[in-house]
Design a protein around this ligand. Sequence first.
Ligand SMILES: [Fe+2]
Ligand SMILES: [Fe+2]
Length: 287
Amino acid sequence: MKHWRIEDMDWSRFDGSKVDPAILALVKAASVVERNGLDYAVYLGRVFVGDAPFRQAADNWGVEEVQHGDALGRWAMLADPGWDYWSAFERYRATYHIDSDVDASRRGSRTGELIARCMVETGTSSFYTALAEATEEPVLRAICKQIAADEYRHFKLFYDHMHRYLAREKLGFWARTRIALGRVNETEDDELAHAYHTTNEAEGVAYDHERCIAAYMAHAMSFYRQTHVTRAVNMTFKTIGFKPHGRIASLAARLAFAAMQRRQRRFAARLAANSAPAAHGMSLQAA
Ligand SMILES: [Fe+2]
Ligand SMILES: [Fe+2]
């Protein structure tokens, strides 16, 4: 089922001198969020009771997300031998839960759930493309390219199922837009901030949302270029049913990139004013 396997990557090409501490911090955080995909597959299974083809697809999707976590975790342990992916994941699971005990989507409809999934895959496919282009470490670049390709396939999967449900549930343009933008805003909620905290900060340090989301976002947003944002905006327009390559999309892409750069500067300033000690002595400020 999988399109690639961790064992098939050429791990012998790893070059420790090319590891960027800021990218390493992001990879650690991303690894535990990806591994948590299995819980999300359970949630999707409950939301889509009675839709066997989708549930099968969601189970396969969950397996691929876990592989993303395991590949990133293995790479991060090579880059920082003092860090342990498995215990970091246990620490993350102990503090952050996906509520999978549901019988309906928290987005109000199955179409809404699939729109939210399209947005997550839009975010991850652009994130790993940006990381693949930013890193000089050859193994990480290869891993990020494989993951980005998977994330784009995931987008297509949820997009196709979304259209199937849209024909029945008839969610209007504005309702779709509201769900899509709502999911984008949730990026700054607890999931990534907790992931940053449990994978990068020492155990004794108390969780502080503002500090952790600033640390994650200041680094993550710094690797995006206009091309990545343009692609993400096109995918978003496609999801909400708006022409993806028109003049409005290209204007929206330029505005979105400028807004992201402003936001990145604000997070970087917040991070500089309020940072906690990293767990393994890697100074992110030096990055
Ligand atoms: Fe993923
Ligand atoms: Fe994905």
